[in-house]
Design a protein around this ligand. Structure first.
Ligand code: ADP
Length: 539
């Protein structure tokens, strides 16, 4: 069906002739088509068309506006029968519906399958997660358990560490004490002057102190067990002696060993004593050898013997002489001697007695000094020159071969001291001057005073003293090479003289030249008192 409309909506042509002249005043015509817009509508069979008329077939109702220079010039309406196409469309629609359904079911199936897979995966995951959680819990439990165990172990460890530290401290303290004790014992062993040697049960030397090393002239170095004695001691004689000592029972006396005199060695006499080394449970585990250097002791003993023989000789000679003169004076033949001769005998007896008393005085003084006592010194003011002259006067007639010269230019010297002791000193010096100048000669005694000191010098022209021995003449019992002097004496005079002079605050010294003579001088501090005042006081 085709219809043409005028701009007012009047049907000016229609394939359905009866409609011509009808005017379309419907809204869609006025508002849509007249405005120049296309209008279409699909109307199924028995449905109302745009004009509200039921359609006898399925049609597509299309209005096309006809525009002239922008103005609505009318419209064309076409009714196209679309029944067949609609059928086809329906069929297509059904088919597409079926397809969609099939696709939908397919999709659903896929979705179900996917979902079931996802569900399975989720289930598995949940199960895995649950298992993981369980494992996690178990792990946590085990970790907790292990932590508790670890804490316990840690606590125990700490306690052990503390205990160990305490034990360590105690140990180091004990070690320190032991080390100290060891050092002390080693120090004692090192410092002990006597040699100490320890011999173990298998007769090997297991310890030796430095003194023993030096006495036996060996070097001890122990590695592991002990060292055989023969590898230490090279001197065969000494080795035999030590073996002999070791074979003897401890305490058995054994003679000393004299080392062959080597120029380089000081030690020449050794004394070795043994004692048992007692170990745990009072078991004998070796021997201790005490090695002593008795050289000094030996030389002292020999000096003692020498001194006794000298002293005996020194005492016997004047005594014998005194007894001889006394017998002459009291014997049957006494009448035969002239008065002068008898006086001579008496003078000799007096001189010998005087010499004897000097020796006895020296001995008494030496004993006193030896026993630590101080020599008795009674101080008084006295004229020094007078005392010297008095001391010299005792010796004027002592020897005809000597000429006593006294130079006493300084007569005003006053000394505060023990006059008797000073005379004793002078007596020793004068008797030495006579003794040690056997060929005679002048013995000059000079008295001077200077710098607050009185000085006396006794010079002879005798045998003199070798330079290397001058420093030793003040030692007790020291005598310069007696074989060459052949003069008697006990080696005490000068030592006592020095003791007395020094006790007075003075000094004593020797100047000598071998075969030229000797001069012994000593000084004494001068007293502040003048001689005139002293004379007045005495007066
Ligand atoms: P001694 O009784 O032997 O004389 P001293 O102590 O008086 O003892 O003297 C020690 C040593 O000094 C003497 O033995 C002697 O060798 C030496 N001597 C002392 N005075 C003299 C001297 N005037 N001339 C040489 N030698 C002396």
């Amino acid at each position: 069906k085709v219809r043409f409309f005028s701009p007012q909506g009047e049907i000016i042509y229609s394939t359905a002739r009866e409609e011509t002249g009808m005017v379309n005043q419907k809204d869609y015509f006025v508002e849509v088509i007249r405005q120049g817009n296309l209008y279409s509508k699909v109307v199924n069979k028995d449905q109302l068309t745009a004009e509200g008329v039921p359609s006898s077939a399925a049609v597509a109702e299309i209005y096309v506006p006809l525009m002239f220079e922008g103005n609505f010039g009318g419209a064309v309406e076409i009714y196209v029968d679309i029944s067949q196409r609609a059928e086809r469309l329906r069929t297509l629609h059904h088919r597409s519906l079926l397809l969609q359904l099939a696709l939908g079911f397919g999709l659903l199936g896929v979705i179900f399958a996917t979902l079931s897979k996802v569900r399975d995966a989720l289930l598995k995951r949940e199960m895995a997660e649950a298992a993981l959680k369980r494992a996690n819990h178990e792990l946590e439990d085990r970790v907790c358990e292990r932590t508790v165990q670890l804490e316990e172990s840690c606590r125990k460890l700490k306690e052990e560490v503390v205990e160990r530290i305490v034990v360590q401290d105690l140990l180091s303290e004990t070690l320190g004490v032991l080390q100290g004790e060891k050092d002390r014992i080693q120090g004692i062993l090192r410092s002990v002057g006597d040699g100490l040697m320890v011999i173990d049960e298998s007769d090997r030397v297991s310890m030796m102190n430095p003194a023993a090393e030096s006495l036996l002239d060996c070097r001890f170095c122990v590695v592991g067990g002990g060292v055989p004695l023969e590898s230490l001691v090279s001197n065969p004689g000494l080795l035999d002696y030590l073996n002999l000592v070791l074979r003897r029972a401890p305490g058995d006396g054994i003679e000393d060993f004299e080392l062959p005199g080597l120029a380089s060695r000081k030690v020449s006499v050794l004394r070795v004593r043994t004692s048992q080394l007692i170990g745990a449970e009072s078991r004998v585990i070796g021997k201790i050898l005490l090695i002593q250097d008795v050289t000094e002791e030996r030389s002292l003993e020999s000096m003692k013997r020498q001194f006794i023989s000298m002293a005996t000789h020194e005492l016997q000679t004047p005594l014998a002489s005194m007894i001889g003169y006394a017998e002459l004076l009291t014997g049957e033949c006494a009448e035969k001697f002239t008065l002068e001769e008898r006086q001579g005998f008496c003078t000799r007896i007096h001189e010998r007695g005087f010499a004897l008393s000097r020796i006895v005085d020296d001995l008494v003084d030496a004993c006193q000094v030896d026993s630590g006592q101080v020599l008795s010194i009674e101080k008084n003011l006295f004229s020094f020159s007078d005392r010297v002259q008095q001391a010299v006067s005792h010796f004027y007639f002592d020897s005809e071969r000597h000429q006593m010269v006294i130079d006493c230019s300084e007569e005003s010297l006053v000394v505060d001291g023990d006059g008797g002791r000073i005379e004793q000193v002078l007596g020793n010096l004068l008797s030495n001057a006579i003794k040690y100048s056997p060929q005679g000669g002048e013995i000059k005694v000079s008295v001077t005073g200077s710098d607050g000191f009185a000085k006396v010098r006794v010079a002879d022209q005798g045998i003199g003293i070798p330079a290397d021995q001058i420093s030793r003449v003040f030692d007790r019992f020291y005598r310069v090479d007696t074989s060459s002097t052949a003069a008697g004496g006990i080696g005490l005079g000068l030592s006592i003289a020095r003791y007395i002079v020094e006790a007075h605050g003075g000094q004593i010294w020797v100047e000598s030249e071998a075969r030229q003579g000797t001069a012994v001088s000593f000084t004494l501090p001068l007293a502040a008192t003048k001689l005139a005042d002293l004379s007045l006081a005495v007066g």
